[in-house]
Design a protein around this ligand. Structure first.
Ligand SMILES: Nc1ncnc2c1ncn2[C@@H]1O[C@H](COP(=O)(O)OP(=O)(O)OP(=O)(O)O)[C@@H](O)[C@H]1O
Ligand SMILES: [Mg+2]
Length: 382
C-alpha cells in the first residue's frame, strides 16, 4: 500500500504540507486519456488537457481563448448540449456525434458537458472518439468468428481438395474426348472445380499458423497490389496515391499484407463497378500520425500503432444494415461473393496486433489500418 502511494507521489512528505496534494490537478488532467476542455460562459476555451490537444490536433496555446465556433460551426449540435448543461445544471451526454468543422473531422464521438459548480456558466466538456474502441470490439468478435471456422476450414481443405482434383482431372479428360456440344459442360465442371478450390484455399488461410514477421516496406506491398489489380479487376479504375515517403517499415508478414490490401482494393473496385458513372477512383494513402499512441493488444503483445494505410473509394458506400457485422465471415451483398474477404482482413490485422477501422457514406468509403512499426532488435519497444 505504501509502495503504491509512493509510486503515485501521494505520500505526505512533511507534515506541514499535509493538506497540499503533491500532484497538482492540471498534471492529473494531462494524464487523463480523455480529451477535456473547459469553456467559459461565452464558449471561449479557458483550458484544455493534453488529450484535448491531441484530439484537436492543436497546441494548448493556440486553443486557449479561442471561441469554440472557430473549431465547430455555430449551428453545431454541441452548442445545444452546452446550453442544456448550463440551463439545467446537469451533465448532458450525447453519443455518436460527428464533430466536423474547419479544423476538425471526427465521427462517432461521445460528448459530455458538465457544469462547473464553482464557476457559473463554465462547462467542462469531455470528448472521446469511440471509433477506436468500436474497432477493437468489432475486431474481437471477428476474430472469434474466424476461429470457429478455422476448424471447419481444415476439415474442408482435407476432405474436399482430393476428390476435387479427381473431378477436375476427369472433366479435363472429358473435355479432350467429348463431342463439341458437350465440351462446354466439361469446361464448366473444370471451372467450377477451380472456383471451389480457390475458396477452400482461402479458408485455409484462417488456420492458426505461426505468423512470421519481418520489416516490410508497405509501399512495395502497395505497388505490388496496384500492379496486380490494375492488370486485372481494376483495369479501368483510376488510382490516386498519396504516400508518406519517410514512413518506417511495418512489422508484419509481407504476403499476408498483400492479401489484406488486395481484398480492400478488390472491394473498392467492385463497389465502383456497380456504379453508372465512370469517374470511379481508388485512393491509396499511407502516413504517420504523430502523437498518436493508439495501441491494441493481441495476446500478450502491446504495440504502438502510429503508422496507417488507407484504401478509399468513391463508390456508393457500405449498406447500413451490414455495417455492424461487416468483419464477420459470410457477410456479403454480392451475388457471387463469399463474404470471406473482410473476415480474413480482420483476422490478419488482429494477428499483427493492428487495428482496422471503416468509415463510409455515399461517395466515400475508407478502410484505415493501423500497423505496428518494425523496430531494430535492441531498440525499446515502448
Ligand atoms: N468499399 C466498399 N464499398 C461498398 N461496400 C463494401 C466495400 N467493401 C465491402 N463492402 C460490403 O461488405 C461486404 C463484405 O465484403 P467482403 O469482402 O467480406 O465480402 P465480399 O466482397 O462480398 O466477398 P469476397 O470478398 O469473399 O469475394 C460486401 O459484400 C459489400 O457489401
Ligand atoms: Mg471482398
Amino acid at each position: 500500500m505504501s509502495g503504491f502511494k509512493r509510486a503515485f507521489g501521494l505520500m505526505k512528505r512533511n507534515p506541514r504540507a499535509a493538506s497540499e496534494p503533491r500532484v497538482d490537478a492540471a498534471r492529473i488532467l494531462d494524464a487523463l486519456p480523455l480529451a477535456m476542455v473547459v469553456l467559459d460562459e461565452q464558449d471561449n476555451i479557458s483550458t484544455v488537457n493534453y488529450a484535448a490537444e491531441e484530439f484537436f490536433g492543436s497546441s494548448k496555446n493556440l486553443l486557449m481563448n479561442t471561441h469554440l465556433s472557430e473549431i465547430l460551426p455555430l449551428d453545431h449540435p454541441i452548442f445545444l448540449v452546452l446550453e442544456r448543461a448550463r440551463r439545467d445544471g446537469l451533465t448532458v451526454a450525447e453519443h455518436d456525434m460527428a464533430l466536423e468543422g474547419p479544423r476538425l473531422a471526427r465521427r462517432g464521438c461521445a460528448v459530455q458537458a458538465a457544469p462547473l459548480q464553482d464557476a457559473p456558466g463554465f462547462v467542462v466538456l469531455t470528448l472521446q472518439d469511440e471509433s477506436a474502441a468500436r474497432a477493437l470490439d468489432q475486431q474481437m468478435s471477428a476474430r472469434n468468428a474466424a476461429r470457429s471456422i478455422t476448424g471447419m476450414a481444415a476439415i474442408l481443405a482435407h476432405e474436399v481438395k482430393n476428390p476435387l482434383s479427381g473431378i477436375r482431372g476427369a472433366a479435363q479428360l472429358l473435355e479432350a474426348s467429348a463431342p463439341a456440344q458437350d465440351r462446354e459442360l466439361a469446361v464448366l465442371i473444370r471451372d467450377e472445380a477451380d472456383r471451389i478450390r480457390a475458396m477452400v484455399e482461402r479458408m485455409e488461410t484462417f488456420g492458426e499458423k505461426k505468423l512470421e514477421r519481418h520489416a516490410v516496406n508497405i509501399h512495395r506491398v502497395l505497388e505490388h497490389v496496384r500492379k496486380l489489380s490494375g492488370s486485372g479487376f481494376a483495369a479501368r479504375i483510376r488510382f490516386i496515391e498519396s504516400y508518406d515517403p519517410s514512413l518506417p517499415h511495418v512489422h508484419g508478414n509481407r504476403d499476408q499484407l498483400v492479401q489484406v490490401l488486395l481484398n480492400l482494393v478488390k472491394n473498392a473496385a467492385e463497389s465502383i463497378a456497380g456504379m453508372e458513372r465512370d469517374d470511379g477512383e481508388i485512393h491509396l494513402s499511407t502516413g504517420f500520425q504523430h502523437g498518436v499512441r493508439l495501441s491494441a493488444s493481441s495476446g500478450r503483445m502491446r504495440a504502438n500503432l502510429p503508422l496507417f494505410v488507407a484504401v478509399r473509394d468513391n463508390g456508393p458506400g457500405i449498406p447500413e444494415d451490414i455495417r455492424r457485422h461487416l468483419f464477420e465471415p459470410f457477410i456479403s451483398t454480392k451475388a457471387s461473393g463469399s463474404g470471406l474477404g473482410l473476415a480474413l482482413v480482420a483476422k490478419i490485422i488482429a494477428d499483427h496486433g493492428g487495428l482496422i477501422d471503416m468509415e463510409s457514406r455515399p461517395g466515400r468509403t475508407e478502410f484505415r489500418i493501423n500497423l505496428p512499426v518494425f523496430e531494430e532488435p535492441g531498440e525499446s519497444d515502448g
